[in-house]
Ligand binder design. Structure first.
Ligand SMILES: *Cc1c(COP(=O)(O)O)cnc(C)c1O
Length: 399
C-alpha cells in the first residue's frame, strides 16, 4: 500500500488494519485462536515481548491473551479511526470504561466524573474506587471551562461522556481539555455515541477514548467488545498494565465479528443519522412529547456545541412524555411492530426503553416527574417507524 493513505473515515473503515498478503490473500484477517504461540528459536522465545519472529505490523504475537493477528488488525483499524497511538481491546464496553480508572486509581486519587455518565461507571466508582481510597466527584456536564475550579492537586483523571447517557447533555470538551492540560490532568471520554465517526476526541487533546464496540462497530446486536484508544505511548502503557494485571483479553471470534461490522459502519451510521433526525423532528411536533433530547435538533440547549464539534448524530436519543397511566404506557410500549424493549443499542433494529435519570444524578438532580424514554432508531425505513410510534400514541390516549 502506498504511504498516501486516506484520512476519510469511509475509506479507512473499509481498508484499515487489513493485511491480505500476510493472510494468504484472505480479505478480512481471519480468526486466529490461540493460547500457545510456538517459537523456532530460543532467542525468539526469550525476546518475545519486544522482538520475535511472529510480527504482524508493529505487533509481536506472543501469547493468546495478548492477541493474535485477529486482534491486532482490529486494534490498528480502530487506532486509525480514533487517530490514536494505539488501541487496546477488552471484553465489553464496560470493561473499556473500567480500565482507565484502574490504571489511575490509588489511595487519595481524585476522579472528576460527568454526572450523566453511563450508570455502571457510577457503580464502579461508588462500589470499588471508593473502597480503594479514591475520591469521587461528579460534575455538571455543562460545566465547560468551569471544571478548572474542581481540579485539585490529587486529581488523576476527568471522565467525560458527551452526549451523556439517557439525557444527552453535551460537554464543551475542548474547554475541559484546555483546563485539564493546564493542570496536567488526564482526560478520558466514553465516545460510544459518536462511534468515533462523528467526533474525534483525541484530535482535540483528549488522552483516552473508549468505546462499547458492542454498539455500532459490531452493529448487529450479537457481540460484546470494548476498546480503549490512547493518544500517547505513555498513556497506552498505563492502560496495557491495567489490562494485563486483570488478565483481560478479547476473544478472537468476537473480535472478528466487530471487524466485520466495522467495514460497513460509516454507511450504516449515515442512515442512523438521517433516520434518527427525521423521527426526532416528527416527535418534536407531537403533543404527547414534552421534550426531545437530541443534540441535532435546534431546540436542544447544546445544539451549537454539537454543530461545532460533531459531524453527525447516531440513532440514539431520548424523549420525555407524561403518560396518563401505567396501563397506557404499557399498552403503548408493548405493542409496537418494530420497536423492541431491551438494553443496548447500535444494532440494525429499533429499540425503546424507559430510563430513570432521577435515580442517578447527584451534581445536577433530575427532578422532572415525566417518563424518559430512550429510543434507538435502527436501519428500518423511518416512515415505518413513525407510523409505529403514531399507533403507539393512539394506544397511549385510549388506554
Ligand atoms: C452500552 C454502553 C457501554 C457498555 O458497553 P457494554 O459492551 O454493554 O458493556 C458503555 N458506555 C456507554 C455510553 C454505553 O451506552
Amino acid at each position: 500500500m502506498s504511504s498516501n493513505k486516506s484520512t476519510r473515515d469511509d475509506t479507512i473503515a473499509v481498508h484499515a488494519g487489513r493485511r491480505p498478503l500476510d493472510n494468504f490473500g484472505v480479505v478480512n484477517p481471519p480468526v486466529f485462536r490461540a493460547s500457545t504461540i510456538l517459537h523456532p528459536t530460543l532467542d525468539s522465545w526469550e525476546n518475545r515481548h519486544k522482538e520475535n519472529v511472529h510480527k504482524y505490523g508493529k505487533h509481536f504475537v506472543r501469547y493468546g491473551l495478548h492477541g493474535t493477528p485477529t486482534q491486532f488488525s482490529l486494534r490498528d483499524a480502530l487506532s486509525e479511526i480514533e487517530q490514536a497511538e494505539d488501541t487496546a481491546l477488552v471484553p465489553s464496553g464496560m470493561a473499556a470504561c473500567a480500565i482507565p480508572f484502574l490504571a489511575y486509581a490509588s489511595p487519595g486519587a481524585h476522579f472528576l466524573i460527568t454526572d450523566n455518565v453511563y450508570e455502571p461507571v457510577r457503580r464502579l466508582a461508588e462500589g470499588y474506587l471508593k473502597q480503594l481510597g479514591c475520591v469521587i466527584e461528579y460534575f455538571d456536564p455543562r460545566i465547560g471551562g468551569g471544571i478548572a475550579n474542581h481540579i485539585r492537586p490529587e486529581t488523576k483523571m476527568i471522565w467525560l461522556e458527551s452526549p451523556g447517557s439517557l439525557t444527552m447533555e453535551l460537554t464543551d470538551v475542548p474547554a475541559v481539555v484546555a483546563a485539564a492540560k493546564k493542570a496536567g490532568v488526564v482526560t478520558g471520554i466514553d465516545n460510544t455515541w459518536s462511534a468515533g465517526y462523528f467526533f474525534k476526541p483525541l484530535a482535540i487533546g483528549v488522552d483516552i477514548s473508549v468505546h462499547a464496540l458492542t454498539k455500532y462497530q459490531g452493529g448487529h446486536s450479537d457481540v460484546m467488545l470494548g476498546s480503549v484508544s490512547c493518544a500517547t505511548p505513555e498513556t497506552f502503557e498505563k492502560v496495557q498494565m491495567a489490562i494485563a494485571a486483570t488478565g483481560m483479553g478479547a476473544s478472537p471470534d468476537d473480535t472478528y465479528f466487530v471487524q466485520r461490522g466495522l467495514r460497513s459502519m460509516p454507511t450504516r451510521l449515515k442512515h442512523h443519522h438521517e433516520a434518527g433526525l427525521k423521527v426526532a423532528k416528527w416527535l418534536e411536533q407531537r403533543p404527547e412529547v414534552r421534550m426531545v433530547m437530541h443534540p441535532g435538533l435546534e431546540s436542544h440547549p447544546d445544539h451549537a456545541l454539537w454543530k461545532r464539534d460533531f459531524s453527525g448524530a447516531c440513532g440514539l436519543f431520548s424523549i420525555l412524555i407524561d403518560p396518563p397511566s401505567r396501563a397506557a404506557l404499557e399498552s403503548m410500549m408493548e405493542n409496537y411492530n418494530y420497536f423492541g424493549i431491551g438494553a443496548s443499542w447500535g444494532g440494525f433494529e429499533s429499540l425503546i426503553v424507559t430510563s430513570f435519570p432521577g435515580r442517578l444524578r447527584t451534581a445536577v438532580p433530575w427532578t422532572d416527574s415525566g417518563t424518559v424514554l430512550r429510543l434507538h432508531i435502527g436501519l428500518e425505513d423511518p416512515d415505518d417507524l413513525i407510523a409505529d410510534l403514531e399507533a403507539g400514541f393512539d394506544r397511549l390516549a385510549k388506554a
